[in-house]
Design a protein around this ligand. Sequence first.
Ligand code: ZN
Length: 395
Amino acid sequence: MEITKLIREKAKEYRDYTAECLSEMVKIPSVSCDEKQVVLKIKELLENAGVKDVRIDGLGNLIARVGKGPKILAIDAHIDTVDTGDESQWATSPFSGLIKDGYVHGRGTVDQEGGAASMITAARILTEMEYGGKYSVYFTFTVMEEDCDGMCWEYLINEEKLVPDFVVITEPTNLGLYRGHRGRMEVELYFKGLSAHGSAPERGKNVIYSGARVALGIEELNENLKTDEFLGKGTITPTLFRTVSPSLCAIPDQARMHIDRRLTWGETGESAVGELKEICGSDVTIEVPEYDRPSYTGTVYKIEKYFPTWKIEGDHPLVQAGLETHRQLFGESPRVDKWTFSTNGVSICGRHGIPCIGFGPGNEVYAHAPNEKVPVEHLEKATAFYALLPWILGH
Ligand SMILES: [Zn+2]
């Protein structure tokens, strides 16, 4: 097929350009809530590539569009990164953007500015080909994912009214085709006891004993949680227990326990809170905390720290189009799998039911780790995939 061949050739021709785009992004630190400079850099790169419709929304997401078909395909990359960690463990500076031995090196190359760089080149290719097919293709470069996955897409869907038919998430998949992951939620338990002199504990109610009983209940609950053949098992564990007491010679009367809950298929925020209610007594308050950090534009967009599970089936038309795209470009089927970590899919598919697939450059073992690096070959292949998928979908 002509289009496939042309896209494959262009992705190859622009291989170094894609690596350079990534290198330029990596040189700009962009931790969550502080992405302004990298967003402006991506805007400049897209405009220099000839992409006409590029804008920044109220939260600070960058949205570029190619084509104006009636259906909407969004291709998404979050462009915030986590911090560097101990820099002495990095062989070269985390912000070097060094291109060497077939890799681009530095923080964010895998998670996940590599996907963003491939998207820039794909937008360039579709623009040069004057794509005019069935889809409006939106390239979204989104913020704050590492801090609150999916929040940026709550904003795009609810405030910007960008409601795609399909979405590709470009987080690292090592060029596999992904179709889901477990959800998660954070829960705070607040314990209320009664203080008394430490010399007469029988007069008080000690929140350490209440907390210990609840913790053991949680340990047992964890053993009995659901499993899903594709997504694996749900889990629950306490990750913090802090008490308050008038003195070290007094019975502590307040405590907070933080809970990390991973949700598999069929588990929801409601069911997870229900299980905790059965373990906790009436003196325990259960709360799902809210995220309320301002974005770099100063916008606060509150959201519960509940990130729903999502998956789509292997025979879904979007998965099938992804498989076909891969086969046409590379002559073979990709590995179909799931992420171990969480992505913006928690909002897009988890909350809104919009089908998502994942396809991205880089191996997730480098995500959040020192000496992060992505193969330039992956960038080229991801570019070709993003540029061809709209044609395959619109066939
Ligand atoms: Zn990521």
